[in-house]
Design a protein around this ligand. Sequence first.
Ligand code: PNW
Length: 469
Amino acid sequence: MLSARSSMAQSDQATGIQNQKVLGFPNGFLWGTATSSYQVEGAVNADGRGPSIWDRFAHTPGAISDRSNGDTATDHYRRYKEDIRLMKALGAKAYRFSIAWPRVFPQGVGSPNPKGLDFYNRLVDELSANGIEPFATLYHWDLPQALQDRFGGWTSRDTSKAFADYAAHVTARLSDRVKHFFTINECSRLVHLGHGLGADAPGLKLPQSGLNQVRHHVALGHGLAVQAIRAHGRAGTRVGPAENAVSCIPAIETPANIHAAEIATRELNAGYLTVMMEGKYPEAHLARAGNNAPKFTADDLRVISSPIDFVGLNVYTPDHYVVAADNERGFSLAPFPASFPHMKASWLRPGPEAMYWVPRHVAKLWNVKSIYITENGTSASDQPAADGTIYDVDRIMYLRNYLTQLQRATSEGVPVLGYFLWSLMDNFEWSDGYEQRFGIYHVDFDTKRRTPKLSASFYRETIARNAVA
Ligand code: PNW
């Protein structure tokens, strides 16, 4: 009797079709999942937590499509042990969570609330007991409302300074167990959607000059926090941003288009990664802003570009670039045709190649030696089949394609050390409320019951093989 393996080999011989190629990742590749405080915790009044701008925004009529809010969310605050069991069932090695600033400083500044930090102490201890490495994000958009009221939030550099004080406080207390800190999640989205379009908290629609100043204060907050984390973290504490860089991919992989996508990456991320990595705003960027350019000092630029240990990248939807000879910028955006497919959320247009090109551009442009993919995932309709299972094969397709491109990157030596799938479980998807489900575990928001989707099995298999399943 032939074993299954050798009979497979035999039929391969018969057809001439080769054995399936293993798309393996480097030894020790760090597989994880990600969430953020306001999206999962709930318990908004527990243990002295102060209100955040997201509490205020979510309770504003018309702000959230399904009129929901994060008051209870997934109740992760009380169910974190169960959630760590879910991670363990996946075989995950790391968990990226965020710390709610208004739990630690209910007024943003001033007296800390020790009970708030206690939650993260419990969480970190439980993760460690289960062999899961904690990666903490310090700011995933839930600014204490008190700072919005008092300083105008990120319109003032007082908020950048308050962020550094909060970062120092947290690092001093957690860095005995937490070795990796992310400063700010997606500076670009919090600036653009929160302060330009008014679609995220605090719901502002600032004119261009004000928006540019907010962008500068957010970058400054990142830099001040990097310095605070260095000053207060134990030896071995590492820090970096978690940015959703504008993802520029060459529409066709010719050397000229690749170059166009690379210079687009540098220019289109000028106010974020570029200034963090280079310590200056590119001339062309300031020239385009003209009178609306932000006000800053030379010292600000030194702070913003404080050395970091890694770059975190959230990778979702890319833009396609081509070279344009008649264009002095040297790159040209190929707009999405109306026929371009999208996932359940209309902004989520799949572009798996982003998972190859974005870390590659970042590594090459700025000689970055350590990169984490801090988020990647998709929403899906997630209807249970007759047998009760959610066969989310669209999410699996999406993940498999992105991971295949990630493997392409790591196999070529692009220094990506880990990947955090967004998200462990369905959660409060900001202005889309609970209508967009990103989890690989389904959450029944009435009972808070968690159930694995088929994609949880896909991810477990990928982690077990350390290769695309
Ligand atoms: C991220 N885009 O947001 C956030 O960090 C998460 O909190 C969020 O739940 C997740 O992705 C899914 O939306 C993004 O338009 C939203 O490219 C939009 C974009 C990127 C990231």
